[in-house]
Design a protein around this ligand. Structure first.
Ligand SMILES: NC(=O)C1=CN([C@@H]2O[C@H](COP(=O)(O)OP(=O)(O)OC[C@H]3O[C@@H](n4cnc5c(N)ncnc54)[C@H](OP(=O)(O)O)[C@@H]3O)[C@@H](O)[C@H]2O)C=CC1
Ligand SMILES: O=C(O)[C@@H]1CCC=N1
Length: 275
């Protein structure tokens, strides 16, 4: 498949992660451009990734095969209504916004039926270690589906879903997920320091442990629960820690947290434009 031309509308954190991941994996700079109203943001994304960055969204659309909507959900309606006047017939629309459904996007993009892929990526895409869930509306052709998959699989795992509502669950698990692991890293580093380790040593031990555990879980043919059991000596130190987590309701808390994220994703669908 030839390299599609990709226009990112919004050049913030998630766009930068996707663009960085694509560039690092060989997508040429002239196949990607972005638009963002922030001068500093345009300078940053332009110089870091060698791509053209425009102030006006309409200017990014010229020749685009794929238009990635990478703005906050709260401004999506305004952005789509503006884009509708400048979009050609053909481009595939890929939205990465949390909570905003294909029907809303179609409605805001005007009367012409649009091929829309709604996806939920995450920031480790920057390192080619992303995880994305994708959903295609009925207008998306097989070639466009392959284009969307090429875009997201270039930066990590890309899995199709056949039920759009499940994107809320994907958002809760993997879209927001990196932040949960960062929170655990922060907490373990602080606790190690509290126990007397120099901060840098606590941080390095925590990070290498997170990396090692993730790689073991990914590369092992046994489940995480079994890997955990292998660390947990009867009446030993790990058991003392795990019992403390469980007494504090760890699993229920994780479920509550993911429920809250999924619920918030569903609420964002109802988000009204700031007046
Ligand atoms: N961050 C993440 O981990 C993930 C984010 N997402 C989704 O990605 C989207 C972007 O999130 P994120 O990158 O974190 O947000 P950011 O705020 O970092 O990026 C959004 C960018 O869009 C710019 N912008 C604002 N208005 C417009 C406009 N009218 N036209 C073009 N660009 C505009 C913003 O500029 P300014 O700051 O000046 O307003 C900002 O630079 C969201 O919808 C979010 O739900 C999905 C998965 C993961
Ligand atoms: O927090 C958010 O709303 C976005 C969506 C998933 C990750 N960040």
């Amino acid at each position: 498949m030839s390299t599609p031309r990709i226009a990112f509308i919004g050049g913030g954190n998630m766009a930068a992660s996707l663009i960085g991941g694509l560039r690092a994996r060989g997508t040429p700079a002239d196949a990607i451009c972005a638009s963002d109203p922030g001068e500093e943001q345009r300078r940053k994304i332009g110089t870091e990734h060698g791509i053209q960055a425009f102030a006006r969204n309409a200017d990014a659309l010229a020749g685009a095969d794929v238009v990635v909507l990478a703005v906050k959900p709260q401004v999506m309606q305004t952005v789509c209504r503006d884009l509708a006047q400048h979009l050609g017939e053909a481009p595939l629309i890929v939205s990465i916004a949390a909570g905003i459904g294909c029907d809303s996007l179609q409605h805001w993009l005007g009367p012409q039926p649009r091929a829309i892929v709604r996806c939920m990526p995450n920031t480790p895409s920057l390192l080619g270690q992303g995880a994305s869930g994708l959903y295609a509306n009925a207008r998306v052709s097989a070639e466009q589906k392959a284009q969307a998959e090429q875009l997201l699989s270039a930066v990590g795992l890309a899995l199709w879903l056949d039920d759009e509502q499940l994107i809320d669950a994907v958002t809760a698990v993997s879209g927001s997920g990196p932040a949960y692991f960062f929170l655990l890293i922060e907490a373990m580093t602080a606790a190690g320091e509290q126990l007397g380790l120099p901060r840098e040593i606590a941080a390095r031990l925590t990070l290498q442990t997170a990396l090692g555990a993730a790689r073991m879980a990914c590369e092992s043919d046994v489940e995480a629960a079994e890997l955990r059991r292998r660390v947990t000596s009867p009446n030993g130190t790990t058991e003392a820690a795990i019992k403390t987590f469980q007494a504090g309701g760890f699993e229920a808390l994780v479920q509550q947290a993911l429920n809250a994220a999924a619920q918030r994703s569903a609420e964002l669908a109802q988000t009204k434009e700031p007046s």
